[in-house]
Design a protein around this ligand. Structure first.
Ligand code: PLP
Length: 429
């Protein structure tokens, strides 16, 4: 299959090249030239098997096609369980059993498995350059650590990520370099953007990114929705509906693409934090991207959701059809807090602040009388956001074993001034 740009002014690309490039050369996002629709899929014996079948048409005729099953086995080596909640018909799809305890592990591990194969035999290593405010950088560092032919350089704002997050970024060593920048996240992002647009630098140091617009992250995120929905239909005969915590719209876009191919997903409802660009759009306002505001669900602090361009492409720019297809609801910090506290007190359930936005949205849908079987996508383990969660539930939340392993290693980050010449020099060193 070939991939085209949402902006339609770049040449079609094969899958390997689209994954290696990240962004299309016209600044658009890569999308399949023709989405395979009306597919008659069955749940495989496990997530890797379901994913291999689901992704086969996207890999067809690409150099990676013979490796698809091996890539899926390598990337999906942890469970993604669908568990019932205390309230009947409600479930949680736990996406946080990977090495850094957030759903981004899944896309990052798949991307790393693809890139390691794409770059096999290349003369020079490929440097994955990432600016992070926490979760993305850790998932990318964990996924690329030890991959031959690849190295990761992560920039994060010194003192502005949680101590646990900083530790996760600095604990890998080897082919992962953590740079603590004396500046803000925006400074980090500006440095990374400049390097990714610097042809002279890239002639010496080949660079790529691993952000949420990457096709190599988007495609595998369809897998867990497909596997859970197909298994649920197999067991109950019923469709599963989803509420998805949303920032850049990468996770939700994957669910939407899976449904468009015939995966038995019912409604898809988006939950955002106080950054309400999407809820306002779906309620009828013009799409109005803007600067983000800080919230408790900080991995969703996005004012310009990058995958919105893919959603508009899927609906061929028909805003009325798009608005009719989805609901998006914004949840403020006070409600996030109240939800975490109440679910613990009433049901003994503990959620991270991101997952809590979706839990609240599901509660409001039920209060309106919405029926059927629903699942909330749980995007991070609550122990990752202990400073928010623990005071609300009144006890320490046990750290999952994979994350505990990372936190037990020594960590080291190099200081970097917020200065492009300094970054250049470090990349060339
Ligand atoms: C990144 C992230 C999100 C938002 O996902 P998008 O794909 O950007 O919509 C939600 N929750 C957590 C924990 C995340 O790390």
């Amino acid at each position: 299959m070939n991939f085209i740009s949402t902006r339609n002014t770049a040449p079609a690309s094969n899958l390997s090249d689209a994954i290696a490039a990240g962004l299309a050369p016209d600044g658009g996002l890569y999308v399949p030239e023709k989405l395979p629709v009306g597919r008659n899929l069955e749940a495989g014996e496990d997530l890797a098997a379901t994913t291999t079948a689901l992704l086969a048409p996207f890999f067809e005729s690409d150099a990676l096609a013979p490796d698809l099953a091996a890539i899926c086995r390598e990337a999906f080596d942890f469970p993604v369980p669908l568990k019932p909640l205390a309230t009947p018909g409600d479930h949680v799809l736990e996406l946080f059993h990977g090495p850094t305890a957030a759903f981004k592990d899944i896309g990052a591990r798949f991307l790393a498995a693809c890139l390691a194969r794409i770059r096999r035999g290349a003369a020079q290593p490929l440097t994955i350059l990432v600016a992070t405010s926490g979760d993305t950088g850790a998932a990318v560092a964990a996924a690329f650590h030890g991959q031959p032919g690849l190295r990761v350089v992560v920039l994060y704002p010194d003192g502005r990520v949680s101590p646990r997050q900083a530790h996760q970024l600095g604990c890998f060593g080897g082919n992962v370099i953590a740079l603590r920048v004396a500046g803000s996240f925006d400074d980090c992002q500006a440095l990374v953007k400049r390097a990714l647009n610097d042809a002279q630098l890239q002639a010496q140091v080949p660079l790529s990114s691993a952000n949420s617009i990457s096709l190599g992250r988007l495609l595998p995120q369809m897998s867990y929705y497909a596997h859970a929905a197909l298994a649920h239909r197999g067991a109950t005969g019923r469709e599963l509906n989803f509420v998805i915590p949303t920032g850049n719209l990468g996770n939700a876009m994957a669910a939407i693409l899976a449904r468009a191919q015939g995966v038995p997903v019912g409604r898809i409802v988006l939950a955002t934090n106080a950054n309400a660009v999407l809820p306002e759009y779906f309620a009828g306002a013009d799409y109005a991207p803007r600067a983000s505001v800080a919230t408790l669900a900080n991995a969703m602090d996005v004012g310009a959701p990058s995958n919105f361009e893919r959603l508009r492409w899927l609906y061929a720019g028909d805003d009325a059809a798009l608005r009719a297809a989805f609901t998006a609801i914004a949840v403020d910090d006070a409600t996030i807090r109240a939800t975490i506290k109440a679910r613990w007190e009433r049901h003994g359930e503990v959620f991270c602040p991101h997952t809590a936005t979706a839990v609240h949205v599901l509660e409001s849908l039920r209060a309106e009388g919405v029926d059927g079987d629903w699942a909330v996508a749980a995007t991070a383990h609550p122990a990752k956001f202990e400073s928010v969660v623990e005071p609300l539930v009144g006890h320490a939340v046990a750290v999952p074993p994979a994350l505990a392993d990372l936190l037990a290693r020594p960590a080291h980050a190099e200081p970097l001034p917020p200065d492009y010449a300094a970054l250049q020099a470090r990349l060339l060193a």
